[in-house]
Design a binder for this molecule. Structure first.
Ligand SMILES: *Cc1c(COP(=O)(O)O)cnc(C)c1O
Length: 447
Protein backbone atom coordinates (compact mmCIF):
# COMPACT_ATOMS: atom_id res chain seq x y z
CA UNK A 1 0.00 0.00 0.00
CA UNK A 2 2.71 2.40 1.09
CA UNK A 3 4.81 1.46 -1.92
CA UNK A 4 1.89 1.99 -4.30
CA UNK A 5 1.27 5.46 -2.94
CA UNK A 6 4.89 6.39 -3.49
CA UNK A 7 4.78 5.26 -7.10
CA UNK A 8 1.62 7.28 -7.64
CA UNK A 9 3.29 10.42 -6.37
CA UNK A 10 6.27 9.90 -8.66
CA UNK A 11 3.98 9.32 -11.63
CA UNK A 12 2.02 12.50 -10.88
CA UNK A 13 5.20 14.56 -10.73
CA UNK A 14 6.57 13.04 -13.94
CA UNK A 15 3.23 13.73 -15.64
CA UNK A 16 3.36 17.39 -14.58
CA UNK A 17 7.01 17.67 -15.57
CA UNK A 18 6.36 16.18 -19.00
CA UNK A 19 3.60 18.74 -19.55
CA UNK A 20 6.06 21.54 -18.68
CA UNK A 21 3.99 22.55 -15.64
CA UNK A 22 5.63 24.30 -12.73
CA UNK A 23 6.09 21.93 -9.82
CA UNK A 24 7.27 22.11 -6.22
CA UNK A 25 8.71 18.84 -4.96
CA UNK A 26 9.72 18.03 -1.39
CA UNK A 27 12.39 15.34 -1.31
CA UNK A 28 11.14 12.37 0.75
CA UNK A 29 14.65 10.89 0.88
CA UNK A 30 16.39 13.86 2.51
CA UNK A 31 18.59 12.75 5.41
CA UNK A 32 19.54 14.52 8.61
CA UNK A 33 23.10 15.84 8.62
CA UNK A 34 24.09 14.10 11.84
CA UNK A 35 27.60 12.77 11.40
CA UNK A 36 28.63 15.55 9.04
CA UNK A 37 28.91 15.80 5.33
CA UNK A 38 30.58 12.45 4.88
CA UNK A 39 27.26 10.73 5.24
CA UNK A 40 25.96 12.31 2.06
CA UNK A 41 28.62 10.77 -0.14
CA UNK A 42 28.21 7.14 -0.97
CA UNK A 43 31.06 4.80 -0.24
CA UNK A 44 32.52 3.11 -3.24
CA UNK A 45 31.29 5.73 -5.67
CA UNK A 46 33.41 8.35 -7.36
CA UNK A 47 32.28 10.85 -4.75
CA UNK A 48 33.74 8.61 -2.04
CA UNK A 49 36.72 10.86 -1.51
CA UNK A 50 34.91 14.14 -0.86
CA UNK A 51 35.04 15.37 2.72
CA UNK A 52 35.50 18.44 4.85
CA UNK A 53 39.25 18.04 4.55
CA UNK A 54 38.96 18.52 0.79
CA UNK A 55 37.08 21.78 1.25
CA UNK A 56 39.85 22.88 3.66
CA UNK A 57 42.40 22.11 0.97
CA UNK A 58 40.45 23.97 -1.71
CA UNK A 59 40.18 27.01 0.53
CA UNK A 60 43.91 26.91 1.33
CA UNK A 61 44.72 26.68 -2.37
CA UNK A 62 42.59 29.74 -3.15
CA UNK A 63 44.45 31.61 -0.40
CA UNK A 64 47.82 30.59 -1.93
CA UNK A 65 46.66 31.95 -5.28
CA UNK A 66 45.24 35.20 -3.88
CA UNK A 67 48.42 37.26 -4.51
CA UNK A 68 48.41 36.12 -8.16
CA UNK A 69 44.69 36.85 -8.63
CA UNK A 70 45.12 40.26 -7.03
CA UNK A 71 48.01 41.05 -9.37
CA UNK A 72 46.40 40.01 -12.66
CA UNK A 73 42.79 40.98 -11.87
CA UNK A 74 43.05 44.40 -10.18
CA UNK A 75 39.27 44.42 -9.54
CA UNK A 76 39.95 41.85 -6.78
CA UNK A 77 42.37 44.17 -4.96
CA UNK A 78 39.85 45.33 -2.37
CA UNK A 79 39.32 41.67 -1.37
CA UNK A 80 43.01 40.80 -1.41
CA UNK A 81 42.66 38.52 -4.42
CA UNK A 82 39.85 36.45 -2.92
CA UNK A 83 36.99 35.96 -5.39
CA UNK A 84 33.86 36.57 -3.31
CA UNK A 85 30.49 38.27 -3.72
CA UNK A 86 28.26 40.40 -1.48
CA UNK A 87 25.27 39.16 0.48
CA UNK A 88 22.57 41.80 0.06
CA UNK A 89 19.31 42.22 1.94
CA UNK A 90 16.50 42.83 -0.58
CA UNK A 91 13.41 43.94 1.36
CA UNK A 92 11.86 45.76 -1.61
CA UNK A 93 12.13 42.65 -3.75
CA UNK A 94 10.52 40.72 -0.91
CA UNK A 95 7.55 43.10 -1.01
CA UNK A 96 7.38 42.78 -4.78
CA UNK A 97 7.37 38.96 -4.59
CA UNK A 98 4.69 39.03 -1.90
CA UNK A 99 2.47 41.36 -3.89
CA UNK A 100 2.70 38.93 -6.83
CA UNK A 101 2.56 35.68 -4.87
CA UNK A 102 2.69 34.12 -1.45
CA UNK A 103 3.68 35.71 1.84
CA UNK A 104 7.31 35.13 2.75
CA UNK A 105 8.03 34.28 6.39
CA UNK A 106 11.36 35.80 7.40
CA UNK A 107 13.99 37.99 5.73
CA UNK A 108 15.06 37.80 2.13
CA UNK A 109 18.67 38.09 0.95
CA UNK A 110 20.40 37.81 -2.39
CA UNK A 111 23.80 36.10 -2.67
CA UNK A 112 25.26 38.14 -5.50
CA UNK A 113 27.45 35.64 -7.36
CA UNK A 114 26.15 37.57 -10.32
CA UNK A 115 28.78 40.08 -9.22
CA UNK A 116 31.70 37.76 -8.56
CA UNK A 117 34.83 39.37 -9.99
CA UNK A 118 36.54 38.15 -13.18
CA UNK A 119 33.62 36.44 -14.93
CA UNK A 120 30.42 37.69 -13.23
CA UNK A 121 28.90 34.30 -12.48
CA UNK A 122 28.96 31.45 -9.99
CA UNK A 123 31.41 29.69 -12.34
CA UNK A 124 34.11 32.03 -11.07
CA UNK A 125 34.15 29.74 -8.02
CA UNK A 126 34.52 26.21 -9.37
CA UNK A 127 35.80 26.97 -12.84
CA UNK A 128 38.64 29.23 -11.82
CA UNK A 129 39.52 26.93 -8.93
CA UNK A 130 39.96 23.89 -11.18
CA UNK A 131 42.28 25.71 -13.60
CA UNK A 132 44.36 27.13 -10.73
CA UNK A 133 44.74 23.63 -9.32
CA UNK A 134 45.89 22.28 -12.68
CA UNK A 135 48.40 25.13 -13.06
CA UNK A 136 49.74 24.54 -9.56
CA UNK A 137 50.17 20.80 -10.15
CA UNK A 138 52.07 21.39 -13.37
CA UNK A 139 54.33 24.10 -11.96
CA UNK A 140 55.11 22.19 -8.76
CA UNK A 141 55.87 18.98 -10.68
CA UNK A 142 58.18 20.96 -12.95
CA UNK A 143 60.04 22.28 -9.89
CA UNK A 144 59.43 25.94 -10.71
CA UNK A 145 56.94 26.60 -7.88
CA UNK A 146 56.64 25.54 -4.24
CA UNK A 147 53.58 25.85 -2.00
CA UNK A 148 55.46 28.40 0.12
CA UNK A 149 56.18 30.78 -2.78
CA UNK A 150 54.42 34.08 -3.34
CA UNK A 151 52.20 32.99 -6.23
CA UNK A 152 52.18 36.44 -7.81
CA UNK A 153 55.32 35.20 -9.64
CA UNK A 154 52.92 33.19 -11.82
CA UNK A 155 52.19 36.42 -13.68
CA UNK A 156 55.77 36.44 -15.03
CA UNK A 157 56.47 35.59 -18.66
CA UNK A 158 58.49 32.47 -17.82
CA UNK A 159 55.38 30.89 -16.31
CA UNK A 160 53.17 31.92 -19.20
CA UNK A 161 55.69 30.35 -21.53
CA UNK A 162 55.68 27.15 -19.51
CA UNK A 163 51.87 26.94 -19.41
CA UNK A 164 51.64 27.62 -23.15
CA UNK A 165 52.93 24.07 -23.63
CA UNK A 166 49.66 22.82 -22.16
CA UNK A 167 46.01 23.36 -22.93
CA UNK A 168 42.65 23.45 -21.17
CA UNK A 169 39.34 22.46 -22.74
CA UNK A 170 35.73 22.65 -21.59
CA UNK A 171 32.20 22.18 -22.93
CA UNK A 172 29.77 24.87 -21.84
CA UNK A 173 26.48 26.65 -22.36
CA UNK A 174 28.34 29.89 -21.68
CA UNK A 175 29.35 30.88 -18.17
CA UNK A 176 31.64 27.97 -17.39
CA UNK A 177 33.39 28.65 -20.69
CA UNK A 178 33.77 32.29 -19.67
CA UNK A 179 35.44 31.45 -16.35
CA UNK A 180 37.67 28.68 -17.70
CA UNK A 181 38.53 30.70 -20.80
CA UNK A 182 39.46 33.90 -19.01
CA UNK A 183 41.62 32.37 -16.27
CA UNK A 184 43.29 29.83 -18.59
CA UNK A 185 44.21 32.47 -21.17
CA UNK A 186 45.51 34.74 -18.39
CA UNK A 187 47.82 32.01 -17.08
CA UNK A 188 49.10 31.37 -20.61
CA UNK A 189 47.36 28.09 -21.43
CA UNK A 190 45.98 27.39 -24.86
CA UNK A 191 42.25 27.05 -24.32
CA UNK A 192 39.36 25.57 -26.29
CA UNK A 193 35.78 26.28 -25.25
CA UNK A 194 33.23 23.97 -26.88
CA UNK A 195 29.92 25.78 -26.95
CA UNK A 196 26.39 24.50 -27.40
CA UNK A 197 23.86 26.14 -29.70
CA UNK A 198 22.18 27.99 -26.83
CA UNK A 199 25.36 29.83 -25.85
CA UNK A 200 24.88 33.56 -26.25
CA UNK A 201 26.75 35.29 -29.06
CA UNK A 202 28.13 38.02 -26.79
CA UNK A 203 29.75 35.41 -24.55
CA UNK A 204 31.55 33.94 -27.55
CA UNK A 205 32.76 37.41 -28.46
CA UNK A 206 34.12 38.13 -24.97
CA UNK A 207 36.02 34.84 -25.10
CA UNK A 208 37.48 35.37 -28.55
CA UNK A 209 38.72 38.78 -27.42
CA UNK A 210 40.42 37.15 -24.43
CA UNK A 211 42.35 34.87 -26.80
CA UNK A 212 40.17 31.79 -26.37
CA UNK A 213 39.49 29.35 -29.21
CA UNK A 214 35.68 29.03 -29.38
CA UNK A 215 34.36 25.87 -31.07
CA UNK A 216 30.66 26.04 -31.93
CA UNK A 217 28.28 23.10 -32.18
CA UNK A 218 24.79 22.90 -33.57
CA UNK A 219 23.83 20.38 -30.87
CA UNK A 220 22.98 20.93 -27.22
CA UNK A 221 25.17 21.14 -24.14
CA UNK A 222 25.59 17.38 -23.82
CA UNK A 223 26.94 17.11 -27.37
CA UNK A 224 29.34 20.04 -26.91
CA UNK A 225 30.70 18.41 -23.76
CA UNK A 226 31.02 14.99 -25.43
CA UNK A 227 32.87 16.42 -28.42
CA UNK A 228 35.17 18.51 -26.23
CA UNK A 229 35.91 15.52 -24.01
CA UNK A 230 36.78 13.33 -26.98
CA UNK A 231 39.20 15.85 -28.47
CA UNK A 232 40.81 16.61 -25.11
CA UNK A 233 41.27 12.98 -24.09
CA UNK A 234 43.38 12.37 -27.18
CA UNK A 235 45.92 14.93 -25.94
CA UNK A 236 47.92 14.16 -22.75
CA UNK A 237 48.94 17.81 -22.42
CA UNK A 238 45.33 18.91 -22.35
CA UNK A 239 43.22 19.18 -19.20
CA UNK A 240 39.51 18.68 -19.79
CA UNK A 241 37.24 20.40 -17.28
CA UNK A 242 34.45 17.86 -17.01
CA UNK A 243 31.36 19.74 -15.88
CA UNK A 244 29.40 16.51 -15.48
CA UNK A 245 31.92 14.66 -13.28
CA UNK A 246 34.54 16.99 -11.82
CA UNK A 247 35.32 16.78 -8.11
CA UNK A 248 37.62 19.82 -8.40
CA UNK A 249 34.81 22.01 -9.72
CA UNK A 250 32.59 20.72 -6.94
CA UNK A 251 35.14 21.61 -4.26
CA UNK A 252 35.72 25.07 -5.68
CA UNK A 253 31.99 25.71 -5.32
CA UNK A 254 31.86 24.12 -1.86
CA UNK A 255 34.19 26.77 -0.43
CA UNK A 256 31.19 29.13 -0.73
CA UNK A 257 29.67 27.48 2.37
CA UNK A 258 32.26 28.71 4.86
CA UNK A 259 32.54 32.09 3.11
CA UNK A 260 28.79 32.58 3.48
CA UNK A 261 28.95 31.49 7.12
CA UNK A 262 31.45 34.30 7.77
CA UNK A 263 29.29 36.84 5.94
CA UNK A 264 26.21 35.86 7.91
CA UNK A 265 28.17 36.18 11.15
CA UNK A 266 29.48 39.60 10.12
CA UNK A 267 25.96 40.80 9.40
CA UNK A 268 24.69 39.34 12.70
CA UNK A 269 22.29 36.99 10.96
CA UNK A 270 21.91 33.97 13.22
CA UNK A 271 21.62 30.43 11.88
CA UNK A 272 20.51 28.07 14.62
CA UNK A 273 17.81 25.62 15.58
CA UNK A 274 15.31 28.46 15.88
CA UNK A 275 16.70 30.41 12.94
CA UNK A 276 16.83 28.15 9.95
CA UNK A 277 18.43 29.14 6.68
CA UNK A 278 16.64 28.44 3.39
CA UNK A 279 18.75 28.61 0.25
CA UNK A 280 17.46 28.54 -3.34
CA UNK A 281 19.91 27.89 -6.17
CA UNK A 282 19.35 27.70 -9.93
CA UNK A 283 20.52 24.33 -11.24
CA UNK A 284 21.85 23.15 -14.58
CA UNK A 285 23.95 20.01 -14.49
CA UNK A 286 24.11 20.34 -10.70
CA UNK A 287 27.81 20.97 -10.11
CA UNK A 288 27.63 24.57 -8.96
CA UNK A 289 24.50 24.32 -6.80
CA UNK A 290 25.55 20.85 -5.60
CA UNK A 291 28.98 22.02 -4.49
CA UNK A 292 27.50 25.06 -2.76
CA UNK A 293 24.89 22.85 -1.07
CA UNK A 294 27.64 20.53 0.14
CA UNK A 295 29.62 23.42 1.60
CA UNK A 296 26.51 24.83 3.28
CA UNK A 297 25.50 21.49 4.82
CA UNK A 298 29.04 21.13 6.06
CA UNK A 299 28.71 24.48 7.85
CA UNK A 300 25.13 24.47 9.06
CA UNK A 301 23.98 20.83 9.11
CA UNK A 302 20.26 20.50 9.72
CA UNK A 303 19.82 24.25 10.19
CA UNK A 304 20.09 24.82 6.45
CA UNK A 305 17.57 23.68 3.84
CA UNK A 306 18.47 23.75 0.19
CA UNK A 307 16.19 23.83 -2.84
CA UNK A 308 17.17 23.79 -6.52
CA UNK A 309 15.36 25.77 -9.21
CA UNK A 310 15.13 24.68 -12.85
CA UNK A 311 13.33 25.75 -16.04
CA UNK A 312 10.19 23.74 -16.88
CA UNK A 313 11.75 22.62 -20.18
CA UNK A 314 15.09 21.55 -18.67
CA UNK A 315 14.42 20.05 -15.21
CA UNK A 316 17.46 17.78 -15.29
CA UNK A 317 18.11 17.34 -11.56
CA UNK A 318 14.43 17.49 -10.58
CA UNK A 319 13.58 14.64 -12.95
CA UNK A 320 16.67 12.64 -12.03
CA UNK A 321 15.91 12.85 -8.31
CA UNK A 322 12.15 12.31 -8.47
CA UNK A 323 12.53 9.18 -10.59
CA UNK A 324 15.69 8.05 -8.80
CA UNK A 325 17.25 7.53 -12.21
CA UNK A 326 19.80 10.34 -11.84
CA UNK A 327 21.88 10.77 -15.02
CA UNK A 328 20.12 7.82 -16.66
CA UNK A 329 17.11 9.98 -17.46
CA UNK A 330 16.98 13.10 -19.60
CA UNK A 331 14.30 15.77 -19.80
CA UNK A 332 14.03 14.89 -23.49
CA UNK A 333 13.03 11.32 -22.51
CA UNK A 334 9.72 12.65 -21.17
CA UNK A 335 9.08 14.77 -24.24
CA UNK A 336 10.56 18.09 -23.15
CA UNK A 337 12.70 20.20 -25.48
CA UNK A 338 15.55 20.96 -23.09
CA UNK A 339 15.42 24.46 -24.58
CA UNK A 340 15.20 27.48 -22.33
CA UNK A 341 16.08 31.15 -22.41
CA UNK A 342 17.88 30.53 -19.13
CA UNK A 343 21.05 29.54 -21.00
CA UNK A 344 22.97 28.73 -17.81
CA UNK A 345 20.37 26.08 -16.98
CA UNK A 346 19.90 24.60 -20.47
CA UNK A 347 20.81 21.08 -19.41
CA UNK A 348 18.63 17.97 -19.82
CA UNK A 349 20.60 15.40 -17.82
CA UNK A 350 22.04 15.85 -14.32
CA UNK A 351 25.59 15.15 -13.19
CA UNK A 352 26.30 11.51 -12.32
CA UNK A 353 28.66 12.66 -9.59
CA UNK A 354 26.29 15.12 -7.95
CA UNK A 355 22.80 13.59 -8.25
CA UNK A 356 23.24 10.75 -5.71
CA UNK A 357 24.67 13.19 -3.17
CA UNK A 358 21.73 15.55 -3.69
CA UNK A 359 19.25 12.72 -3.24
CA UNK A 360 20.24 12.62 0.44
CA UNK A 361 21.03 16.30 0.92
CA UNK A 362 18.41 18.40 -0.87
CA UNK A 363 15.14 19.45 0.71
CA UNK A 364 13.48 19.79 -2.66
CA UNK A 365 13.27 21.22 -6.16
CA UNK A 366 10.94 23.46 -8.12
CA UNK A 367 10.54 24.45 -11.72
CA UNK A 368 9.74 27.81 -13.29
CA UNK A 369 8.46 28.95 -16.67
CA UNK A 370 10.82 31.08 -18.77
CA UNK A 371 8.31 33.93 -19.04
CA UNK A 372 8.49 34.49 -15.28
CA UNK A 373 12.23 35.17 -15.37
CA UNK A 374 12.07 38.53 -17.14
CA UNK A 375 9.69 40.29 -14.73
CA UNK A 376 11.91 39.11 -11.83
CA UNK A 377 14.95 40.45 -13.66
CA UNK A 378 13.44 43.83 -14.48
CA UNK A 379 11.92 44.40 -11.05
CA UNK A 380 15.02 43.40 -9.10
CA UNK A 381 16.97 45.79 -11.31
CA UNK A 382 14.54 48.65 -10.97
CA UNK A 383 13.77 48.44 -7.25
CA UNK A 384 17.01 47.08 -5.78
CA UNK A 385 19.39 48.23 -8.54
CA UNK A 386 20.91 44.76 -8.85
CA UNK A 387 21.08 43.48 -12.41
CA UNK A 388 21.28 39.75 -12.99
CA UNK A 389 20.72 37.39 -15.93
CA UNK A 390 17.56 35.35 -16.64
CA UNK A 391 19.07 32.04 -15.43
CA UNK A 392 19.90 33.67 -12.12
CA UNK A 393 16.25 34.65 -11.60
CA UNK A 394 14.95 31.08 -11.57
CA UNK A 395 15.12 30.78 -7.79
CA UNK A 396 12.80 33.70 -6.91
CA UNK A 397 9.64 31.58 -6.52
CA UNK A 398 11.44 29.60 -3.78
CA UNK A 399 10.86 31.70 -0.64
CA UNK A 400 7.10 31.93 -1.27
CA UNK A 401 6.75 28.24 -2.09
CA UNK A 402 8.67 27.17 0.99
CA UNK A 403 6.92 29.69 3.26
CA UNK A 404 3.52 28.30 2.30
CA UNK A 405 4.30 24.61 1.88
CA UNK A 406 7.03 23.99 4.44
CA UNK A 407 7.47 26.68 7.09
CA UNK A 408 3.82 27.60 7.52
CA UNK A 409 2.71 26.88 11.07
CA UNK A 410 5.95 25.37 12.24
CA UNK A 411 7.05 27.14 15.39
CA UNK A 412 10.67 26.09 15.43
CA UNK A 413 11.23 27.94 12.16
CA UNK A 414 10.08 31.21 13.67
CA UNK A 415 12.90 33.40 12.28
CA UNK A 416 13.83 31.98 8.91
CA UNK A 417 16.37 33.61 6.60
CA UNK A 418 15.92 33.06 2.86
CA UNK A 419 18.81 33.38 0.45
CA UNK A 420 18.17 33.45 -3.28
CA UNK A 421 21.43 32.60 -5.06
CA UNK A 422 21.93 34.98 -7.98
CA UNK A 423 24.20 32.90 -10.16
CA UNK A 424 25.16 35.32 -12.91
CA UNK A 425 24.70 38.62 -14.67
CA UNK A 426 27.43 41.18 -14.20
CA UNK A 427 29.12 40.36 -17.50
CA UNK A 428 25.91 40.89 -19.51
CA UNK A 429 26.39 43.86 -21.88
CA UNK A 430 24.05 46.80 -21.31
CA UNK A 431 22.22 46.50 -24.62
CA UNK A 432 21.41 42.84 -23.90
CA UNK A 433 20.15 43.76 -20.42
CA UNK A 434 17.88 46.36 -22.03
CA UNK A 435 16.48 43.64 -24.30
CA UNK A 436 15.72 41.50 -21.24
CA UNK A 437 13.82 44.42 -19.69
CA UNK A 438 11.87 44.88 -22.89
CA UNK A 439 10.92 41.20 -22.75
CA UNK A 440 9.61 41.80 -19.25
CA UNK A 441 7.30 44.52 -20.58
CA UNK A 442 6.19 42.20 -23.41
CA UNK A 443 5.30 39.52 -20.86
CA UNK A 444 3.22 42.04 -18.91
CA UNK A 445 1.35 43.17 -21.99
CA UNK A 446 0.41 39.67 -23.10
CA UNK A 447 -0.86 38.75 -19.62
C1 LIG B 1 26.10 27.27 -14.62
C2 LIG B 1 25.05 28.10 -14.07
C3 LIG B 1 24.12 27.59 -13.16
C4 LIG B 1 24.05 26.17 -12.71
O1 LIG B 1 25.25 25.49 -12.52
P1 LIG B 1 25.36 23.94 -12.86
O2 LIG B 1 26.68 23.54 -12.35
O3 LIG B 1 25.26 23.80 -14.35
O4 LIG B 1 24.22 23.28 -12.18
C5 LIG B 1 23.17 28.48 -12.70
N1 LIG B 1 23.11 29.75 -13.10
C6 LIG B 1 24.00 30.27 -13.97
C7 LIG B 1 23.89 31.70 -14.36
C8 LIG B 1 24.99 29.46 -14.48
O5 LIG B 1 25.86 29.97 -15.35
Amino acid sequence: MQEEKKIDAVECFVEDISKAREIFWINPAVQAAKGGCRKYVSDGAQSDNISRKDIDEAEARLIRFAPYIERVFPETESQGGIIESPLAKIPKMKSYLESHGDKIFGDLFLKCDSHLPISGSVKARGGIYEVLKYAEELAVAEGILTYEDDYSVLAEDRFKEFFSGYSVAVGSTGNLGMSIGIISAKLGFKVDVHMSHDAKEWKKEVLRKAGVNVCEYSGDYEKAVAEGRKLAMADPRCHFVDDENSIDLFLGYAVAGRRLARQLAEQNIPVSEGNHLYVYIPCGVGGAPGGIAFGLKDEFGDNVHIYFAEPVQAPAMTLGLITGKFEKISATDVGLSGLTEADGLAVSRPSALVSPIMQRMLDGCFTVKDERLYPYLANLGEIENIWIEPSACAAFPGPGLVSVNVINGKKKHCHPTHIVWATGGNAVPENIMREYCKKSRDVKETN
